[in-house]
Each structure stands twice: as C-alpha cells, then as structure tokens.
Ligand binder design. Sequence first.
Ligand code: B1M
Length: 210
Amino acid sequence: MENLKDIMDAVVSGNIGETKNTIRQALEQGISSMDIIDRGLVAGLDVVGEQFATGEKFLPEMMLSAIAAREGIDIATTGMEKGQYKPKAKVVMGTVKGDLHDIGKNLITLILGSRGFEIIDLGIDVHEEQFVSAVREHEPEILGMSSLLTTTMIGMKDVINALAEAGLRDRVKVIVGGAVVNQEFASQIGADYYSRDAGSTAVLLEKILA
Ligand code: B1M
C-alpha cells in the first residue's frame, strides 16, 4: 500500500514531520493503527537497523528515526489508550539494565493496557533490585522484561535469580522478549514464557490467565 511505504520511507529518512503527515493521511484513508505501526513504522526501523549494522547510517540518524517512530506511534494510537473495565491482571514491565531501547516495550504496554491489563511500567535500564521491589510492592501476576542487545539480555537471568533469592520467584510468571531473545534463551534462563511481538504477547497473557 502506497501510504505504508510513504510512512516507512519517512521513518528511514528520520523525517519527523513527514512521518506524522503520512500517518494522518493513512488514518484518514482508513488504514488500521496496527498496519501503520507494523507495516509502516516498525518496517522503517528494521531498514534503519540494517543500514546501521552495515555502516550506511550512524547513531544520530538512528536516533532521529527512533523519535519519528515514537511520535508516529503516539499519533497512530490516539484514542486507544486504556480499556474501560476492571483490570484483568497486573503486569510489571521494564527494559533490563544497560538497555535504553523502549519502543517495543512501550508498544506492548500500550496494547496490553488497551486490552484491560494494569501496567506498572518501570521504564528503561531497570536493575534487578528494582524489579524485585516492584514485584514485592505491586504483587503482579506477570513480570515482563525486554532486551534489544546481546550485551544486556543476560540481565534477564539476573532478575530471575534475584527473584528466587528474595523468595518471590513462585509468585509471578516471567515473560521475556525483544529482538535478540528467543525461546531457547528464555528456557535457558528459567523464564516461564517467551513472546515474539506485541500482538502475541497480549494473546499469550490472556491464555496464561484463562
Ligand atoms: Co539500537 N540497536 N542501539 N538504538 N536499535 C539495535 C537493537 C540493533 C539490532 C541495530 C543493528 O545494529 N542492526 C543493535 C543491537 C545489536 C545486538 O546487540 N545484537 C543496536 C545497537 C548496537 C545500539 C547501540 C549499542 C548503538 C551504539 O551506541 N553504538 C545503542 C545502545 C544503547 C543502549 O541501549 N545502551 C543503541 C541505541 C539506539 C537508539 C537510542 C538510537 C534507538 C532506541 C530508541 C528507543 O528505543 N527509545 C535505537 C533503535 C531505534 C534501534 C533499532 C533500529 C530499532 C529498535 C526498535 O525500536 N524496533 C534496532 C534495529 C532493529 O531492531 N531492527 C536497534 C521496533 C520495535 C517495535 O521492535 O523493540 O524489537 P522491538 O520490539 C518488538 C519485539 O522485539 C517484541 O515486541 C515488540 C513489538 O512487536 N518485544 C517483546 C520487545 N520486548 C518484548 C517483551 C516481551 C515480549 C515481546 O515480553 C515482556
């Protein structure tokens, strides 16, 4: 679809104004928020990621694309904020220590929030003791961790170990995700579940609670 390609191109070029304009046009033409996010904004970030890996783009350019995508997600999801009903379950969520990537995590919290979950978002660069305190304080059914870097993913294991040391491991289901994480890694570190993307995370959580 032409509009989605325009959105993708605007993200790749890091053009924030153009990203917003193309999203507004797409919304006016009835293209769904999820298509705009997955096939426009995230598709653009994937291209930027590849260009960064091959040295075609540098960090400041990747940052501009990230800002364009984040602001774009805000526009694409206006009005989809919170479910109107009693929370299905509490979810503590954060990006692990050393890791500043939060676009994926924010997308997940937004979608879970819109589907009736109460989210306690700890943000980025979250250390194990912060996860443990949040589990103790909020008593969530689910603890979610995100990691985008091979150098930070091991922080997820530190959190699981810290939960065990605090005697809290059995009180919460741990779900992990992020571009570098997979099912094998999740099993290795003793997480309960791995999920690939925002949509399947919501479906998975609903299944766990059922
Ligand atoms: Co970064 N970066 N980055 N970056 N960045 C990647 C991840 C990278 C793959 C790019 C590349 O080289 N190809 C690479 C990592 C390589 C590796 O470790 N294997 C990389 C690098 C190297 C770095 C720096 C080290 C660069 C540097 O400084 N030299 C640096 C690290 C900073 C740090 O964290 N300490 C860095 C910085 C940045 C920016 C700040 C510029 C920016 C982040 C802005 C922000 O998040 N606020 C950025 C960006 C934008 C990217 C790419 C281009 C896009 C990431 C993204 O937002 N994707 C990325 C390349 C790529 O992934 N294609 C790259 C869209 C988002 C919706 O997807 O986050 O994967 P994602 O989330 C998905 C799923 O993974 C899943 O669902 C989400 C929605 O579908 N998911 C979960 C995520 N968390 C989950 C949790 C769950 C379940 C599912 O359960 C709880």
